[in-house]
Design a protein. Structure first.
Length: 367
C-alpha cells in the first residue's frame, strides 16, 4: 500500500511525541508540588501513563466508524459543531505553543541570560518556529528524527556520568509520605500530557499503525521519564528540590572527560525540543484555522498563530514562577477531558452519520 505524498511514518510521529513529552520533564521546576525529586514521582508517572491509555479509548472507538480525522467527523455532524471543535483545538494549540515558549524563555533568562529582556527571545523563537510550521509537517518530522538521536546521545552521556553519584537508597518508597500526594500528582501529570491531543490532531497524517503508535509513544515516554526521574533522585537526592530546574542542575553536575560540564549540551537539547514542540503546535493551530478559513495561506496562518502565542507568552513569562506554582498545568485537564473524551463520546451515537464517504474523502484529501 503506497502512502500519500504528505504522510509521515508512525515512527516519526512516535519520536516527535516522545520529545514533546520529554519537554514536560525538562520544564518541571522545584516550585511545583509534584517535583521530580518527590518520592511519589515514579508511581505518579506510572499511573498517569495508564490514565493516558484510558482517556484515548473514546477516540479510538469513534475512529472505527468515523475515520481517524476527528475534525472532519465533527464537521460531518454539522458545520457549527465542526467550527466550534476546530476553534477549541486551535486555541488549545496556540496556548500550548505559548506555554512552551514561556517555559523555554523562563529557563534562558533564569540560568543563562539573566539580564536579557524576555520579549526578545519570545519574538525570535516564535518567528523561527512559525516559519518551521509553515514548511509543513514533513519538515518537522524529519527534524524530530535528527533531534531524537541527538537527545538520546546527550541523555546517555549525562546519565552515564552521573553513575558515580548514583545511590539507590535515595529512592524512597513511593508511599513514604502517604497516598495523599499520589492522586493529585497523577491528575496533574496526566493533565500536562497535552500530547494526547497533539496525537489526535496528527494521527490522520499517519499512513498506518495508529493504535500501535499510541501505545509505543506511551511506553517509550514512560520509560524515558521514569529513567530521568530515578536517576535524578538517586544522584541528587533532596538537593534537587532546592534548585529551580533540577534537570539543569543534574546536567551541570555531570562531567564527561571529553566535553567537561554537560549543561551546555542540556541547553542545546532543551532548545531543540522546545523549538520542535512549539513548531508542532503552531502547525496544528494553523490546520485548525484552515478548517474554518479554507483560503487561508500557510504563511499567514502560521504567522497568526505565532503572533497570538507570542502575546500570551509575553503576558505570562514575567510571572512564570507564580504561574507555575498556581498549578497552571491543571488547567489543561479541561481541554483534555472536553476534546479527547467528551467530544468523541458525544459523536459516537452519530457514528452512522459520521461514516466517511468516498467522494467526501477525496475532496478532503485534495484540500
Amino acid at each position: 500500500m503506497r502512502t500519500k505524498p504528505h504522510d509521515i511514518s508512525a515512527g516519526q510521529l512516535i519520536m516527535m511525541l516522545v520529545l514533546c513529552s520529554i519537554f514536560t520533564m525538562f520544564s518541571y521546576t522545584s516550585g511545583t508540588r509534584e517535583t521530580l525529586s518527590a518520592p511519589a514521582a515514579p508511581l505518579v508517572l506510572l499511573l498517569s501513563s495508564a490514565g493516558a491509555l484510558v482517556v484515548i479509548i473514546p477516540f479510538f472507538l469513534l475512529k472505527k466508524h468515523a475515520g481517524p480525522d476527528l475534525l472532519t467527523a465533527a464537521y460531518r455532524a454539522g458545520r457549527p459543531v465542526g467550527t466550534v471543535t476546530s476553534a477549541l483545538f486551535g486555541l488549545f494549540c496556540i496556548y500550548m505553543a505559548a506555554q512552551t515558549t514561556a517555559y523555554f524563555v523562563f529557563l534562558m533568562i533564569s540560568t543563562v541570560y539573566q539580564n536579557a529582556p524576555p520579549w526578545i527571545f519570545i519574538i525570535i523563537f516564535l518567528l523561527t518556529a512559525g516559519y518551521a510550521a509553515s514548511l509543513g509537517l514533513e519538515s518537522i518530522a524529519r527534524f524530530s528524527a535528527f533531534l531524537f538521536a541527538l537527545t538520546l546521545i546527550v541523555g546517555v552521556l549525562i546519565l552515564g556520568s552521573l553513575l558515580p553519584e548514583f545511590e539507590l537508597v535515595r529512592v524512597a518508597w513511593p508511599l513514604v509520605d502517604g497516598p495523599e500526594p499520589v492522586i493529585p500528582g497523577t491528575i496533574r501529570v496526566l493533565a500536562s500530557n497535552a500530547e494526547i491531543l497533539l496525537f489526535i490532531l496528527l494521527v490522520p497524517r499517519i499512513s498506518r499503525g495508529t493504535g500501535k503508535a499510541y501505545i509505543w509513544w506511551a511506553v517509550l515516554s514512560l520509560a524515558v521519564c521514569m529513567a530521568l526521574t530515578i536517576f535524578l533522585i538517586a544522584a541528587l537526592g533532596g538537593f534537587a528540590a532546592t534548585r529551580l530546574f533540577p534537570l539543569q542542575t543534574a546536567a551541570a553536575v555531570a562531567r564527561v572527560s571529553l566535553f567537561g560540564r554537560m549543561d551546555l549540551f542540556h541547553i542545546l537539547t532543551w532548545t531543540g525540543i522546545s523549538f520542535l514542540r512549539a513548531s508542532a503546535y503552531l502547525y496544528c493551530g494553523y490546520t485548525c484555522l484552515r478548517r474554518m478559513a479554507p483560503k487561508l495561506s500557510v504563511g499567514i496562518g502560521a504567522l497568526i498563530c505565532a503572533v497570538a502565542a507570542g502575546i500570551i507568552a509575553i503576558l505570562t513569562v514575567q510571572k512564570m514562577r507564580l504561574w507555575d506554582e498556581a498549578g497552571n498545568r491543571m488547567i489543561l485537564i479541561i481541554p483534555l477531558v472536553m476534546l479527547a473524551v467528551l467530544l468523541p463520546l458525544c459523536l459516537l451515537p452519530l457514528r452512522r452519520t459520521l461514516a466517511p464517504q468516498k467522494q467526501t474523502d477525496k475532496k478532503e484529501g485534495a484540500s
